[in-house]
Design a protein around this ligand. Structure first.
Ligand code: IPM
Ligand code: MG
Length: 362
């Protein structure tokens, strides 16, 4: 199969971790007889520096003409003072919108080998296998108006949280469908005791649930969900949330399973899927070869699964990551005192080596 992928390394540790994901993809292609066609483009701060725009047309065109997009990260302190339409993050938000990627899937899984890497006790984190399904194109991230106005000392700022029924319905359906491939539980997160958006959310999700009698639906306020995630993470299956709650809870889930560096994501539902690690650009460690590439590598697995329907290939990457961790290899974010940590490239090479067609394992 020809796998046409646009690679957007972006900023900070983005380029280092995407290099390792590409290294692993190359091995998968070789071992499963696929052909990779990669188109590297710029996004975020890197694109701002070279072409004064966080999402150049050329990048959008390449993304829309490919089967999937793999992105590293965007953002960095040097861009903090840029006007908002020229911030790296606005390039990413616009890309999500251009691709129509309304569903952001963020799995948070506790690898057996990492039970003692969580800040929580092993018996609490053991068995955690959560799929966060985050609405990605609505809510306060995109609502209008959004403005800061008034004279200095007396300024006011306004953001708008807005949701329509169709926006809620399509993400809810996605969550229920995904729950059917898992433990058949959906926990829908909202703040229905305070927000109108959340009351509508709860109402629409409850309506969609009528079509999924085989799925157990629960509703939870976001504050309570944040608390239960750290006290009983293994109780969750699919966690359905609006855009901003999902942003916050997915970082929390990363902390729970040991490191945000492990978390992968898929943004799907539109014309072309976008895959990126959840961790962000981490400017403080960029360029030092110590960033954890596993989030990017696991994002490449999701890319094969969701955009190319290559389940065996995706599984081979996930199995490779599991076996490398089980063999005791760690990055700095997961190493115990006294344990040597691999470099970004060493970890990428270990995983790439461990990728074997599943047939050979059985
Ligand atoms: C994420 C990030 C982005 C978001 C930022 C970089 C715009 O935090 O993907 O979680 O808030 O969606
Ligand atoms: Mg985030």
């Amino acid at each position: 199969m020809l796998l046409k992928i646009t690679i957007l390394p972006g900023d900070g540790i983005g380029p280092e971790v995407t290099d390792e994901a590409v290294r692993v993809l190359n091995n998968v292609a070789r071992r499963f007889n696929h052909e990779l066609s990669l188109d590297r483009k710029e996004v975020g701060g890197a694109a701002l520096l070279s072409s004064n725009h966080p999402l150049p047309d050329d990048t959008i065109h390449s993304c829309l003409a490919s089967g999937a997009v793999l992105l590293g990260a965007v953002g960095g302190p040097s861009f903090d003072k840029f006007p908002k339409h020229l911030r790296p993050e606005s390039g990413l938000l616009r890309l999500r919108r251009e691709l129509g990627a309304f569903a952001n899937l963020r799995p948070a899984v506790c690898f057996p080998a990492l039970e003692d890497c969580s800040p929580l006790r092993p018996e609490v984190v053991r068995g955690t296998d959560i799929l966060i399904v985050r609405e990605l194109l609505g809510g306060i991230y995109f609502g209008e108006p959004r403005v800061t106005q008034g004279a200095s000392g007396n300024r006011e700022a306004l953001d708008t949280m807005r949701y329509t029924e169709p926006e809620i319905e399509r993400i809810a359906r996605m969550a229920f469908e995904l729950a059917r491939t898992r433990r058949r539980m959906v926990t829908s997160v909202d703040k229905a005791n305070v927000l109108d958006c959340s009351r509508l959310w709860r109402d629409v999700v409850t309506g969609v649930a009528q079509d999924y009698a085989d799925i157990k639906l629960g509703h939870m306020y976001v504050d309570s969900a944040a608390m239960l995630l750290v006290s009983r993470p293994a109780d969750f299956d699919v966690l359905l949330t609006e855009n901003m709650f999902g942003d916050i809870l997915s970082d929390e889930a990363g902390g729970i399973v040991g490191s945000l560096g492990l978390l992968a994501s898929a943004s799907i539902g539109g014309t072309v899927g976008l895959y990126e690690p959840v961790h962000g650009s981490a400017p403080d460690i960029a360029g030092r070869g110590i960033a954890n590439p596993l989030g990017a590598i696991l994002s490449a697995a999701m890319l094969l699964r969701y955009s190319f329907k290559l389940e065996r290939e995706a599984g081979s990457i996930e199995a490779a990551v599991s076996s490398v961790l089980a063999a005791g290899h760690r990055m700095r974010d997961l190493a115990k005192p006294g344990q040597t940590a691999l470099t970004t490239a060493e970890m990428g090479a270990k995983v790439a080596e461990a990728v074997v067609p599943q047939m050979a394992i059985h």
